[in-house]
Design a protein around this ligand. Structure first.
Ligand SMILES: *[C@@H]1O[C@H](CO)[C@@H](O)[C@H](O)[C@H]1NC(C)=O
Ligand SMILES: *[C@@H]1O[C@H](CO)[C@@H](O)[C@H](O)[C@H]1NC(C)=O
Ligand SMILES: *[C@@H]1O[C@H](CO)[C@@H](O)[C@H](O)[C@H]1NC(C)=O
Ligand SMILES: *[C@@H]1O[C@H](CO)[C@@H](O)[C@H](O)[C@H]1NC(C)=O
Ligand SMILES: *[C@@H]1O[C@H](CO)[C@@H](O)[C@H](O)[C@H]1NC(C)=O
Ligand SMILES: *[C@@H]1O[C@H](CO)[C@@H](O)[C@H](O)[C@H]1NC(C)=O
Ligand SMILES: [Cu+2]
Length: 648
């Protein structure tokens, strides 16, 4: 290393230390406490039953963020526009509050009077789940079934919306018998269903229908393996991990630089992702923000104990709130670095999820590129490289299911997004022990003796604010059109007819119906060859909701009829099923915004992609299912002058 290089390294490091304070940094525990203090010491403290339902960074304007980032290395000050959004419940109403962090003051306060509710607090879910045990009727019922009440767990499920003109905050409990197993979901007490009013915290209704169906046995249900306990050796936010650096929430690795955030709702959030273009010797913007926006999981059983199970996991529970502490060597490899997650609890105080996110290099697995040339007489020339990529991972465990969320950055310029589903099925107890006994319709498949794995979907919708080489982008469909020929031995071929999509209404796509490449391009930037620079959306197995349009869960998540939407950028349009997803009625959300039919040509636009699974469970999904993955890739298309893996 010569002197010049040392100077370069030092100046790079200084720039890096200052850019630690990114305008999109999640709220710190100190800031969360500050917000709690501001509210509980204001006039709002007189509200009866004050509870905090959502506390998050108020996303600053994109122009402010970008300006600050481009000049931050020259300044030495914190971001001046730091604000927070808070949703509280008090006196039976929903209040929306904006907090000005620098002056510790309430900047705005509105009463929300529209449909839907913020997610219940953890404490509300917990209190609801404990209610049955105080009910003499429940205790009697349980005794009558010959059960030991100390071995029962009740889980609170959100209840959706089924056309009611007035809704209440409520959950329904389903109960399970733990005796002899750690796999709580494997022993449902079928037919027992308890409706709880959250506001009064009282049992509204106790249904007991299925006494004839006994609880499935505990045998063979455990998922604990006798495998060795992993060596706990977390490397905490350490600088200069193998191949990458974590400075605050900023990650630098090879040709990528991006910011990793976290909130209670989305979980992991990737922001200001830029790729270094060695040919141009400059950082180029790719994605301003990307995160899971909503997850729709409707079950396909119309009976009274099941019909309401039509979950919007992100809006009703929160992926961040469901984030688990990652286990080194099980969830993430030895070379991983970790980031903790913080959010506010129901009392407004900070709560920590240790090791909520891990970041690691993935290598020695795939081939990045290769070629063997046999066309040169007397020689066989082989060259290539092994793939090395960087993965950002989080796991959200929402009740029975575990969602593994991966963002993988590749040196080729690709971002690969993967969702893995594992965990335990929601099962229905049945008298059947063999498939040939089944005469009546069931709503799934026998997955174990006395258990039906009920059919359901998972639709995980991603918010992808791509800013390819700048804010203003267009959405292009490269449609593959078949042409017939006469003056050739061939009778047909296909060629590409490009169509720049003009409005939101025309931007909805069902993947696979037409042969099209879908691209987000910057029409103001061209390669030296004259092609518009862009990124292509490449999807794995696509699936859309096939429920009837007038089915209530479908009305609430009507965006799930298309995998792809493109909308004009509006920073308050982020949650696909609307912000108030609990008991929502479909009046807010992606489908409503898309219907505005705004122009999306050469504008700041947002791409939405829904990863879908139709899940018809089978025996291998019991007692715990092997990870099932799906996802998509954002791949450069005429973004670089040539394959960026080949260093010049
Ligand atoms: C910049 O900030 C650092 C850390 O807060 C401080 O130590 C330093 O004195 C500041 N420099 C200037 C020029 O204000
Ligand atoms: C009921 O379950 C509890 C907790 O597992 C146990 O301590 C108790 O002995 C059980 N009672 C009976 C009557 O089996
Ligand atoms: C406060 O909560 C209690 C119990 O959760 C409930 O009975 C009461 O009605 C609530 N008060 C108001 C004003 O909402
Ligand atoms: C298929 O392409 C045609 C012609 O471009 C278009 O009208 C139609 O909406 C497309 N269908 C889907 C499902 O995207
Ligand atoms: C941005 O979105 C919000 C929520 O949908 C809407 O109320 C507002 O009018 C939008 N602003 C613009 C400029 O479209
Ligand atoms: C959306 O706008 C385009 C262009 O103005 C128009 O052709 C189309 O009919 C509109 N769609 C709807 C549903 O209004
Ligand atoms: Cu499933």
């Amino acid at each position: 290393m010569n002197i010049l290089m040392i100077i370069l390294v030092v100046s790079f490091h200084v720039e890096f230390t200052n850019s630690q304070h990114h305008p999109l940094d999640p709220l710190t525990p100190t800031e969360i406490s500050q917000i709690q203090h501001i509210i509980t010491n204001s006039y709002l403290s007189s509200l009866p039953n004050l509870t905090f339902h959502f506390v998050d960074l108020h996303e600053p304007d994109k122009t402010h963020v970008l300006q600050w980032l481009s000049s931050s290395h020259k300044q030495n000050q914190s971001f001046p526009h730091r604000q927070a959004n808070v949703v509280i419940r008090g006196g039976g109403q929903t209040h929306e509050i904006t907090i000005e962090m620098t002056t510790s003051s309430i900047a705005s306060h509105h009463l929300y009077t529209g449909d839907g509710y913020p997610p219940n607090t953890f404490n509300e879910f917990l209190q609801a789940a404990r209610l049955p045990f105080k009910s003499s009727r429940f205790n009697k019922l349980v005794l009558k079934r010959g059960l030991n009440v100390s071995e029962i767990t009740c889980f609170p499920f959100t209840i959706g919306w089924f056309g009611e003109s007035v809704t209440k905050r409520a959950v329904r409990l389903s109960c399970f018998y733990r005796e002899g197993t750690t796999n709580v979901f494997s022993r449902p007490i079928e037919g027992l269903s308890i409706l709880v009013d959250i506001e009064s915290m009282k049992i509204q209704k106790l249904l007991d229908r299925g006494r004839r169906i006994s609880i499935p046995g505990a045998e063979g249900t455990d998922f604990q393996t006798s495998g060795e306990t992993p060596d706990h050796d977390p490397i905490h936010c350490e600088k200069n991990k193998k191949g990458f650096t974590i400075e605050g929430n900023n990650i630098k690795w090879k040709n990528w630089g991006f910011h990793v955030g976290f909130n209670a709702r989305a979980g992991v959030i990737i922001s200001t992702a830029s790729v270094f273009d060695g040919g141009k010797n400059e950082w180029r913007r790719v994605m301003y923000r990307g995160h899971v926006s909503e997850t729709f999981v409707p079950y396909m059983d119309p009976t009274s104990e099941w019909y309401y199970r039509t979950f919007l996991d992100v809006g009703e529970f929160g992926f961040g709130r469901s984030a688990v502490t990652l286990v080194p060597l099980m969830d993430c490899p030895r070379n991983a670095g970790y980031i903790d997650g913080y959010m506010a609890g129901g009392d407004g105080g900070p709560q920590k999820v240790s090791r909520a996110i891990c970041i690691f290099e993935r290598y020695d697995v795939d081939i990045a590129w290769r070629h063997t040339e046999v066309g040169i007489p007397g020689k066989v020339i082989t060259n290539g490289e092994t793939e090395v990529s960087l993965v950002v991972r989080m796991v959200a465990t929402v009740g029975n299911y575990d969602y593994i969320l991966d963002w993988e950055f590749k040196q080729s310029g690709s971002i690969k997004v993967k969702v893995g589903l594992t965990g335990v099925l929601e099962m229905k107890a049945t008298r059947y022990t063999k498939a040939d006994q089944i005469k009546a319709e069931i709503y799934g498949q026998l997955v174990a003796s006395n258990r039906i794995g009920n059919n359901h979907d998972h639709f995980i919708t991603y918010y992808l604010d791509l800013d390819i080489d700048g804010d203003d982008n267009s959405f292009v469909k490269s449609n593959l059109k078949v042409k017939k020929v006469k003056a050739s031995p061939r009778k047909s071929y296909w060629n590409v007819v490009q169509e720049t999509v003009k409005t939101e209404d025309e931007a909805r796509v069902n993947i696979g119906v037409n042969a099209s490449e879908l691209l987000v391009v910057n029409p103001n930037k061209k390669t030296k060859l004259g092609n518009e620079v862009g990124y292509r959306l490449m999807t794995w197995q696509p699936a859309v909701s096939i429920l009837a349009d007038d089915d209530y869960p479908q009305i609430r998540a009507s965006y799930s009829k298309y995998q792809v939407w493109v909308t004009a950028y509006n920073k308050s349009e982020r949650w696909a099923a609307g912000f108030y997803a609990d008991r929502s009625t479909g009046k807010d959300g992606l489908a409503v915004w898309g219907r505005r039919n705004r122009s999306i040509v050469n504008k700041d636009i947002v791409l939405w992609y829904t990863v879908g699974f139709h899940h018809h469970p089978c025996q291998e999904d019991f007692p715990v299912m092997a990870t099932l993955s799906n996802g998509f890739e954002l791949r450069p298309a005429n973004f670089f002058e040539r394959n960026p893996l080949l260093k010049t």
